[in-house]
Design a protein around this ligand. Structure first.
Ligand SMILES: Nc1ncnc2c1ncn2[C@@H]1O[C@H](COP(=O)(O)OP(=O)(O)OP(=O)(O)O)[C@@H](O)[C@H]1O
Ligand SMILES: [Mg+2]
Length: 254
């Protein structure tokens, strides 16, 4: 089966002689959850933007469902959410989710309400972004990315701006959403626990130039949220990933 995402020898250069990413090759299977982790500035967002069709490689190719990322976006097959919720301040939670559907040419109030209800926001449909907590705003943001039923979800540190407790709750929530949808997902995160809870594979990137240093599979049984996230096996997986990450990021930084 054709992978959902195929990055082949992808290089992204912003200035002559400065490769931000060099020769990155990565296939992501349909239904797989892959996290990208690595030091700040190693090119995680750059790679995500290439996959989401928001930027193009200098060399190499990116394919999404067998075509270009732009074609996949035109077919509404890609949903994207970034660290800062991209909500329209003058629209309610429901209005923001409907906006995505309006742009896709199929406004469906029922679908938007149902999704927000599923996301625990049934009582907040008519609230404006400034009347929502950070966690609620991010849930609306992810609802906007999902409401048109994409085949690929791309998330760049969606919980990075939240406090630790809210972040944990939101990660568990996302794990539950993913268990229900099994949607192909690429997530950028700085959190080892988050990566272990959610991922089938964790891609560790190294910098200067950005490249894949190591890919760590996470073989823990699912679902992993709830009580199973405090088992010895889970803690061992966290320790293992943290030590691999340290080995990569700590190299050359005594
Ligand atoms: N449009 C651009 N023009 C020039 N340089 C850029 C551009 N976008 C990113 N860069 C550079 O590319 C490098 C990687 O940036 P990127 O945002 O991908 O890193 P990151 O791994 O997502 O970092 P963080 O964890 O801090 O979000 C940085 O040095 C950044 O300054
Ligand atoms: Mg980034």
């Amino acid at each position: 089966m054709t992978p959902a995402v195929q990055c082949h020898a992808v290089t992204r250069r912003f200035r002559p002689e400065t490769d931000i990413l060099r020769e990155v090759s990565l296939d992501i299977a349909e239904g797989e959850f892959v996290s990208l982790i690595g030091a700040s500035g190693c090119g995680k967002t750059t790679l995500l933007r290439l996959i989401a069709g928001l930027d193009s490689p200098t060399l190499g190719t990116v394919r999404v469902f067998g075509g270009t990322p732009a074609e996949a976006c035109a077919r509404r097959e890609v949903g994207v959410a970034f660290q800062r919720p991209a909500l329209v301040a003058s629209r309610t939670a429901l209005g923001n989710v409907l906006l995505t559907l309006e742009i896709a040419g199929r406004p469906d109030v029922g679908a938007a309400k149902e999704l927000l209800g599923d996301f625990g926001l049934g009582a907040a449909l008519d609230r404006f972004p400034h009347q929502l907590s950070g966690g609620m705003q991010q849930r609306v943001n992810i609802a906007c990315a999902l409401v048109h039923k994409p085949r690929l979800l791309v998330l760049d540190e969606p919980f990075g701006a939240l406090d630790e407790l809210t972040r944990e709750t939101m990660t568990e929530w996302l794990a539950g959403v993913w268990e229900r949808t099994r949607l192909t997902t690429v997530l950028v995160t700085h959190s080892v626990e988050e990566a272990v809870l959610l991922s089938d594979r964790v891609v560790i990137l190294d910098r200067d130039p950005g490249h894949i240093a190591e890919i760590v599979p996470v073989t823990l049984p699912r679902p992993r949220n709830g009580p199973s996230s405090s088992t010895p096996a889970f803690e061992e997986a966290v320790r293992h990933l943290r030590s691999r990450l340290r080995a990569v990021v700590g190299k050359g930084n005594p």
